[in-house]
Design a protein. Structure first.
Length: 280
């Protein structure tokens, strides 16, 4: 990771509204999905945010919504990720990245629009690096929403990109020992399982050496190395995308599959990045 470069002609594929509606119809809801919302609730659907971010140069590249439980539509949380083709983080050896704005919303009258800023790596399928501490979250309440407020928070996020790049550069300079790499891989598996590393419950989970070795094995030569940035990306890709085998010591080997819930994926990504930056 090195520089933030503006005004590039991006080659990424962006979603049309028709594609977005097919994947995430809740983004186009015309009324609150919760009939018990307060009369003070100002309904602003996600489509409005999509249109307003498009005016600022940010276009949707990914979307998902929570599956409804039974016949209820109150569980309507959904996510849309946006990318700006004119903003790119130029890395060494073609390891380029794009900043992303990840918006989550719910039309149930109980939550504000929530935005997170992350970094998407182009060379692999996991891509996303995100954390509360270094990549600040910001919220906009439905009540009183305005385009000017959205533009302000987006501009602030873009202006802070050089600081985010510096965090990644610092990770690249930190060389890990074999023990540190193994512990990071183990803690990552705990995070995926919803167990806090260092807790009493974590002491009951000890994955065998073959599992740790599999997690730490890069899928591509560009990720080979002992610096924190590359080790973190190897682990993150394995933990979020799955497709490897794992076993607790003395237990049956099982195949780890891809995380399918967008809420769990965002949560795990944040926790993994916290683990990694704690080693800087």
């Amino acid at each position: 990771m090195s520089d933030v470069i503006l005004d590039l002609s991006g080659q990424q594929e962006y979603m049309t509204k028709a594609q977005l509606k097919k994947v995430c119809p809740l983004a186009f809801a015309e009324t609150p999905t919760n009939p018990e919302v307060s009369g003070k609730y100002l309904f602003v659907n996600t489509e409005t945010i999509v249109d307003d971010l498009d005016k600022l140069g940010w276009q949707p590249v990914q979307a998902a919504q929570r599956k409804s439980r039974g016949k209820s539509t109150i569980f309507s949380k959904h996510m849309v990720a946006f990318q700006n083709p004119g903003i790119k983080i130029k890395g060494s050896d073609g390891d380029d990245s794009y900043p992303r704005i990840i918006m989550t919303n719910s039309h149930d009258g109980m939550q504000a629009f929530k935005f997170s800023v992350g970094i998407y790596r182009l060379v692999c399928s996991n891509g996303l690096v995100i954390a509360d501490e270094e990549f600040s979250d910001f919220k906009i309440k439905h009540k009183g929403y305005s385009f000017e407020e959205l533009r302000g928070v987006v501009n602030d996020a873009v202006a802070d990109l050089p600081n985010k790049v510096e965090v990644l550069n610092t990770m690249k300079q930190r060389i890990l020992t074999e023990d540190e790499k193994a512990k990071l891989a183990l803690d990552a598996m705990l995070v995926r399982a919803g167990i806090a590393p260092g807790s009493e419950k974590a002491k009951e989970f000890n994955y065998d050496d073959a599992t740790i070795e599999d997690i730490l094995q890069p899928k591509r030569s560009a990720d080979e190395g002992d610096d924190l940035w590359r080790v973190f990306n190897v682990i993150q890709e394995k933990i979020t995308q799955g497709d490897f085998h794992a076993a607790l010591t003395g237990a049956k080997v099982r195949k780890v599959r891809k995380i399918k819930s967008f809420e769990k994926d965002l949560k795990v990504n944040k926790e993994l990045f916290k683990l990694a930056t704690a080693l800087v």
